[in-house]
Write a protein that binds this ligand. Structure first.
Ligand code: ADP
Ligand code: MG
Length: 348
């Protein structure tokens, strides 16, 4: 056995989520003429007449993605749909249909499951998506919700994770780190409640970040802005695992490096204040917190004038050639290599 072989990861924990997906899905053969893109992007892309059909799937597990101590059930149903829609918007597409698979343990009452469905239906109504099927099972432990979303996109409008070029502008929608700030607040209140069950949780003043975590809204509005302004991003991904992780994906897909400027990363005031109250760095929330469901994309330099006055879009840096790597230019001007920590549930 060579020394190199010894270093090959042997366990799922060593591989992490992305290493595992790569390992399991390499050499998958695509034989259907209708398959335009299989595994590897936010959604698969299939021929469908004069448009492309988009399909994506996300799974939410109790104890991993949500905690029943503080996750309102209606919001959970809503979120399960919202995070799937986000993957369709990340292809510059329009979501059209969903299917919902649910595994229910005996701990859940009929009313509880109905609450979840109330949230699912609410999200469908809000985003004009038809709920067309699913599957139902009992579960030995905990609740499982898996949503499959279908969408549609004009063939010439589809945006993949990567065909960016050096010097293109790296942009992000909304603000980052809020969902992680919300999670920290909820975890703090849970710990206090566990220690003293008479205590009433105090969540006032933190509404923005709590909503960011508990009930995220996918960025349908940004796709509309692209359409109205006649912008087609050169690459796009949604931020489910934190900016650092998604930037790494965007760069890898285009075989490029990039420079991000710390002072350009959009962070809401409430997120900033919460980070400080936990004696943590707000930039770390944006880079390594997860679940913001914003869009990260690259645009051509000549499109800058179109977006420069759009409050919901921030230019945070630019693409570079591959040799330069993925760099953060800090507020003090020093250059730091970005390591993607992200939300990797499988990595130790
Ligand atoms: P996202 O964060 O946008 O949902 P993921 O990082 O989960 O994307 O997945 C990356 C790509 O790998 C996607 O194209 C997805 O369809 C594919 N993928 C993820 N898990 C599996 C799996 N267990 N088997 C096959 N393909 C998978
Ligand atoms: Mg995605």
């Amino acid at each position: 056995m060579t020394e190199e072989k010894d270093k090959t990861p042997k366990t799922i924990a060593e591989l992490g989520e992305f290493g595992l997906i790569d390992l399991l899905t390499k050499n998958i053969e695509l034989t259907q003429p209708s398959t335009v893109r299989g595994i590897g992007d936010d959604a698969a892309v299939l021929e469908n007449g004069d448009k492309y059909l988009l399909i994506s799937k996300d799974i939410l597990l109790e104890g991993i993605h949500f905690d029943m101590v503080y996750q309102p059930l209606t919001h959970l149903g809503y979120k399960a749909v919202a995070i799937n829609l986000s993957d369709i918007y990340a292809m510059n597409g329009t979501p059209t249909h969903i299917l919902v698979g649910i595994g229910i343990s005996s701990r859940y009452t009929l009313e509880a499951v109905q609450e979840i469905y109330k949230g699912i239906k609410l999200a469908c109504k809000r985003y004009k998506v038809d709920f067309i099927g699913g599957d139902t099972s009992s579960s030995v432990q905990g609740l499982i919700i898996s949503v499959t979303v279908l969408g549609s996109v004009d063939k010439d409008k589809v945006v993949y994770r990567g065909v960016s070029l050096p010097n293109e502008l790296l942009c992000v929608s909304g603000d980052l780190g809020g969902a992680y700030a919300g999670l920290l607040i909820l975890e703090r209140e849970k710990a206090e409640f566990t220690a003293n069950p008479d205590m009433q949780p105090d969540l006032t003043g933190n509404e923005y970040v709590l909503e960011r975590f508990l009930k995220p809204e996918p960025r349908q509005d940004i796709i509309k802005i692209f359409k109205d302004l006649k912008i087609k991003p050169t690459a796009m991904i949604d931020i489910s695992d934190g900016l650092a992780s998604e930037i790494k994906h965007l760069c890898n897909y285009s075989d490029l490096g990039c420079a991000i400027f710390e002072d350009k990363i959009p962070i809401a005031k409430q997120t900033y204040e919460i980070a400080h109250s936990f004696k943590m760095d707000p930039t770390v929330f944006a880079l390594n917190g997860g679940e913001d469901y914003e869009l990260l994309f690259t645009i051509r330099q000549e499109d800058y004038d179109k977006i420069k006055n759009i409050a919901e879009i921030s230019v945070i840096g630019h693409m570079n050639d591959n040799d330069s790597g993925i760099n953060l230019i800090t507020k003090s001007g020093s250059l730091v290599k970005i390591k993607a920590q992200g939300w990797d549930h499988l990595k130790k």
